[in-house]
Design a protein around this ligand. Structure first.
Ligand code: BTN
Length: 256
């Protein structure tokens, strides 16, 4: 579908909107595995996901029709497999670019995949890559952003939405268009080799960077200070005794 909401060069020009689907990421994954021809930058958006997926096999819960739940298909064949976290950084920074327009100075990127406003989660990303040789053939960028939802189930702690923060409703398609053109700009920046700019902004926006906070690792709660991220996306933490590097499953944030 050609449309005017999408002002970029390619992301969102082919927009498929679904009333209901298990997960927009799964939909795209299935399409790719069946070799369905889909344009680079195709976006699948769902009003309702009945099996939305989050990080670490969590469910992604989102009230139908209130929020953005969508996936973007990209062909980042310029990206080697061991550089896949660069894409995560570019997309995180892009989403933050959009959020700070609405809520200046309060939007952060929480490693590895969360979008935060102050100390609450407003959205998350689930990036799934399909690899060929040592390159990424397809990247499925799943994004969930809480927009107009006012009330959240009690099991979801520490979450927020644009509406909770700013007390007004937003047009979902307009916001999707804004996100797609911003993601495209950052993606092209990455493709054009400006990784340093993306890296610097990512580190500037990193939640709890350079602050002592509580984390759980090695089976107990301990103090740590985030001081950076490795090239392959591991968290670098200063602890009371040494500097350590963690993969996602090896460390938890406490109270945050
Ligand atoms: C997370 O924070 O755990 C990541 C959440 C990602 C959710 C989005 S919603 C659209 C896309 N489809 C899915 O099933 N998940 C992603």
């Amino acid at each position: 579908m050609q449309n005017n909401t999408f002002s970029g060069l390619f992301i969102g020009h082919n927009l498929i909107t679904l009333k209901e689907v298990d997960s927009t990421n799964t939909f795209l994954k299935d399409a790719v595995s069946k070799s369905t021809p889909l344009l680079d930058g195709t976006v699948i958006m769902a009003e309702k996901q009945f099996a939305g997926r989050g990080q670490a096999e969590n469910l992604w819960q989102s009230e139908a029709g209130k929020n953005l739940t969508f996936s973007i298909l990209l062909n980042p064949s310029f990206l080697a497999v061991d550089r896949q976290f660069d894409l995560n950084k570019a997309i995180s920074v892009a989403l933050n670019d959009v959020l700070i327009k609405y809520i200046p100075e309060s939007a952060f990127i929480k490693w590895p995949n969360d979008l935060y406003i102050h100390t609450k989660k407003i959205g998350g990303m689930l990036i799934e890559n399909i690899v060929q040789g040592n390159k990424i053939k397809y990247a499925i960028i799943g994004i969930g952003l809480n927009v107009n939802q006012e009330y959240f189930p009690t099991n979801l702690k520490n979450v927020t939405s644009l509406k909770q923060e700013l007390h007004q409703d937003y047009d979902l398609l307009g916001l999707l268009g804004e996100i797609c053109s911003t993601v495209e700009a950052r993606y092209l920046q990455l493709k054009g080799g400006s990784l340093k700019k993306i890296n610097d902004e990512y580190l500037n926006l990193l939640y709890l960077k350079d602050q002592w906070a509580l984390f759980k690792f090695d089976g107990r709660i301990q103090n740590g200070k985030i001081i950076g991220i490795t090239d392959i996306g591991q968290l670098i933490l200063e602890t009371e005794h040494e500097t350590r590097v963690f993969n996602t499953k090896e460390i938890e944030f406490i109270n945050n």
